[in-house]
Structure formats: structure tokens, C-alpha cells
Design a protein around this ligand. Structure first.
Ligand code: ATP
Length: 437
């Protein structure tokens, strides 16, 4: 599989043409049984959206050849672009290629080149290729093979009922790689994009989805250009702006104008335009400014420390982290007085402040962060319901504690939101600070 050949692009253009809508079929018994969540479809839809192609329908189907064949025929007729993921494995229950051949009314044929590549792959692993793997060298007659750089099963594209079916593997890493290297370039080359599309992304902390919607106002209308999309996960918002125009410079100008207004309106909340993981953005900011950090966690049990230690180079600033779950540990490790805990409770402004100051002192760090809260499902009271979390920052000797009322969706959700809230507090403090440790 080399570069896109001119006649192939021509054929693609003739079939796909101006198609702007698509369907995705996620294949696998494990998906319909709920043993595994379908994450591939969302990623495929996002990649297609960047090309200006909207996924209108996602179908999750079991490993059933007859059912898949019917779906491929119907969807290819209706959408002209259909992307399947999964069912390309070597075993007999992997039936995507059989169903695709039946839907295209062609035979499965073995590709000698792919068979040789697969055998060579196994030889490099020092083993003989199991006979079953030869199935992975079979494709619907006339199909274009898409190389798999991360695994064994190649994908393919085949014409069915005036549309194109692209079959990608199921393992997310393999799917992602083939999507980016093979399918997206193909679609870009063959879709008769009338006009151009430009995309900008923003990642925000410190706003709920509805607070964001209130402040974004008319920018979020369905007919707006650029069109704005937002998704929220445990307090982190991902915002996408997509502008359409006749030309690329036109689309860029449109999207950049809105991006500029967006940056101004959400200047306190945008933490990155390229890094969706807040702990990476915050960790890098700490490293850049050389601000030494200590952590004292209770209800998050070290989650914040675990996140920050994912960041390469964090050892330059992260001094020490405590998980002081019991009251006794808060007293022994951080010097929080027993009397203070008894008087105010472990989840309180006073204890959060004492934990942060104690951690800063014990670690000799310029900045210390404490988290103490009620993750649930038990332990809530009318005054301190589940989701009540106190987060304190001790920075250059000044302590600032704040109460966060997090959505008590589940124990995990409260803990994840608490980590993001703490990262947001650190981010804002670091932005406001100057100088080195
Ligand atoms: P192979 O059998 O060679 O691994 P395949 O193309 O047949 O590849 P599947 O057998 O369907 O793929 O799935 C392989 C792995 O990928 C499984 O762990 C499965 O749970 C996961 N997977 C498959 N489809 C999806 C999906 N839509 N979303 C997330 N994970 C998936």
C-alpha cells in the first residue's frame, strides 16, 4: 500500500463525491454484551468531523455475518461513507471481511503480498505463522488494502451499493493508527470538499458545562459559523470551533476571529489549546517556573500525586506527597492539631489550611496543596453532603482554603473532580505568581 494512486482517488471521488454524512459500525459480541465499551466510534466520528463529515449514525453489532452484510448494504446505500471497526481478527468468529465481501457481491481473495508480509512479521517474532492468521490476508475482491503498522490485521476499503465501506481493526491503538495514516488522508483526497474547514480547540477548567453554555451564549447556536461543540468530563471541558468557508484562508480567518474572542472571554478558564490533560499543563507550568510543590491528600488517596508524577521532569519540583487518611496521620505527619480536628471535623476549612501549611513546612516547599472531603457514598450530612471537598493552597506562607461542592455522582466521580479542582487552583495560583523557588 503506497501513496494514493491517481485512478484510485478518481474512483473514490466519483463514489464519495460531496458526501458529508457517514455511518459507523462497531463490530464485536463483547460490545453488545457490555463487556467492553465502544470507544472507537467516537474517535472515528471526531476524525471525520475534522474533515467536515458528520457521523449521523453509530451501529453496534455482534459478530454476525448476515446482520453485518445487511447493515453494510443499507448504510452504504444511504450514506456513501461507512466505517466499520472490529471483527478483522484471525478467528472464525471475526466475520467483517466475509460480510463485506457478501455485501459487495464479490468473493474473498487472498493477497499473496499481504500473506508474505504477515509470514515475515511472524518470522521476525521468531515463530511460524499460525494457519488461522492466513485469513487476515483475505480481502473482498477489488478491495484496497490499508496497512496495519501496529498489529497483524490489515484493513480495507471496498465499494458497496454506490458507497464506500472502510474496515478498520478493533483494537483501539491499531484502529487509531490506521484511521490517521490511511483513512483520513484517503478521505481528504477523495471527498469533493466544496469550501474549506478550519478547526481550533480549547481545554478549560473551572466551569460546569451549563455555566459555560450561559457564557458562550449565541456562539453555541447550531447554525453558527464557526460551530461550537463542547464536552465535559469531571470538570474538564473540551471545546471545538469549526468554521466553514469557500477557501482555506477564509475558514482560518473566521475561526481565528472567534478564537480570539473566545480567549478573551474565557481567559481565566482556558488552560491549554493543545494539551487536554490538565495535570500535564499544570505540571509543566510548575516545572517552567521552578515552583517546589508538596501535596497532602485525604479523600483522593494520592490520585493528585499519581497524576502529577505522570509528567516527565516533575521530579524537579515535586518535593513530597502525603496520603493522610486518618486523623492520626494528619496530626503525626502534618502537625494538624487533634483539638482542631475535633472542633471542626476533618473536612473543614481549618483542617484543610492546617494540612497545607503543615505540608509546606515539612517538605520545605513554596507551594503546598491539601484535599480533604467526603467522597461518599456514605458519610454525608445535611451540612456537609457527599461531594463537599475543602482544598487549601499554602503559597509563599499565605493559606487560602475553599469549599467545593462537587457533583456526588459516584465516589470515583467526586475524587476525579476533586483532583481537577485542585489542579485548577494550582494553575491559577501559579499564573498569578512570579519568580523561582
Ligand atoms: P484482533 O482479533 O486481531 O485483535 P479485531 O479487528 O478482530 O482484531 P476485535 O477482536 O473485534 O478486533 O477486538 C480486539 C480488541 O479490541 C478487543 O479487546 C476489543 O474489546 C477491542 N475493541 C474492539 N472494538 C472496539 C471498540 N469499538 N471500542 C473499543 N474497543 C474495541
Amino acid at each position: 500500500v503506497g501513496a494514493l494512486r491517481a485512478e484510485e482517488a478518481g474512483a473514490g471521488r466519483a463514489v464519495i463525491g460531496e458526501a458529508r454524512r457517514a455511518a459507523v459500525v462497531a463490530v464485536g459480541d463483547e460490545l453488545i454484551r457490555g463487556e467492553r465499551a465502544d470507544s472507537n466510534s467516537g474517535e472515528i466520528a471526531a476524525a471525520l468531523a475534522d474533515l467536515g463529515i458528520e457521523v449521523e449514525r453509530v451501529l453496534v453489532l455482534g459478530d454476525d455475518a448476515a446482520l453485518l452484510e445487511r447493515a453494510f448494504v443499507e448504510l452504504c446505500g444511504a450514506y456513501r461513507i461507512v466505517v466499520a471497526t472490529g471483527g478483522l481478527g484471525p478467528t472464525l468468529d471475526d466475520v467483517t471481511r466475509d460480510a463485506a465481501a457478501a455485501a459487495a457481491r464479490v468473493k474473498l481473495v487472498r493477497s499473496p503480498e499481504v500473506l508474505e508480509e504477515l509470514s515475515a512479521l511472524w518470522r521476525r517474532r521468531g515463530r511460524e505463522m499460525p494457519r488461522s492468521n492466513a485469513r487476515q490476508a483475505e480481502f473482498p475482491e477489488g478491495a484496497q488494502v490499508m496497512a496495519n503498522r501496529c498489529g497483524t490485521a490489515p484493513g480495507f476499503r471496498v465499494w458497496i451499493e454506490g458507497g464506500m465501506l472502510a474496515a478498520l481493526p478493533g483494537p483501539p491503538r491499531e484502529m487509531r493508527d490506521m484511521l490517521a495514516r490511511e483513512l483520513v488522508p484517503y478521505l481528504r483526497a477523495t471527498c469533493g470538499v466544496s469550501g474549506a474547514l478550519a478547526t481550533r480547540r480549547f481545554f478549560l477548567l473551572g466551569l460546569s458545562e451549563s455555566e459555560f453554555a450561559d457564557r458562550a451564549g449565541a456562539w453555541m447556536e447550531r447554525a453558527a459559523n464557526p460551530l461550537m461543540g463542547v464536552t465535559a468530563h469531571h470538570g474538564v471541558l473540551h471545546v471545538t470551533l469549526r468554521a466553514r468557508a469557500e477557501s482555506e484562508p477564509g475558514a482560518n480567518a473566521l475561526v481565528d476571529a472567534r478564537a480570539g474572542e473566545f480567549r478573551a472571554r474565557f481567559r481565566h478558564e482556558v488552560f491549554s489549546e493543545d494539551e487536554p490533560r490538565p495535570h500535564f499543563a499544570v505540571g509543566r507550568a510548575l516545572i517552567e517556573r521552578g515552583i517546589g510543590l508538596a501535596l497532602a491528600e485525604s479523600c483522593t488517596g494520592g490520585l493528585l500525586a499519581a497524576r502529577l508524577t505522570e509528567v516527565p521532569g516533575i521530579s524537579a519540583v515535586l518535593r513530597e506527597a502525603w496520603v493522610t487518611y486518618s486523623n492520626e496521620a494528619k496530626t503525626r505527619s502534618l502537625g494538624v492539631s487533634r483539638e482542631l480536628i475535633e472542633r471542626h471535623g476533618a473536612v473543614s476549612r481549618e483542617v484543610a489550611e492546617a494540612m497545607a501549611s503543615g505540608a509546606a513546612r515539612a517538605a520545605g516547599a513554596r507551594l503546598a496543596v491539601s484535599i480533604t472531603g467526603i467522597a461518599g457514598p456514605e458519610g454525608g450530612t445535611p451540612e456537609k453532603p457527599v461531594g463537599t471537598v475543602w482544598i487549601a493552597l499554602a503559597f509563599d506562607g499565605r493559606v487560602d482554603a475553599r469549599e467545593h461542592r462537587l457533583a456526588p455522582l459516584s465516589r470515583d466521580a467526586v475524587r476525579a473532580q476533586a483532583v481537577h479542582a485542585a489542579l485548577d487552583r494550582i494553575r491559577r495560583a501559579v499564573l498569578a505568581a512570579r519568580g523561582a523557588d
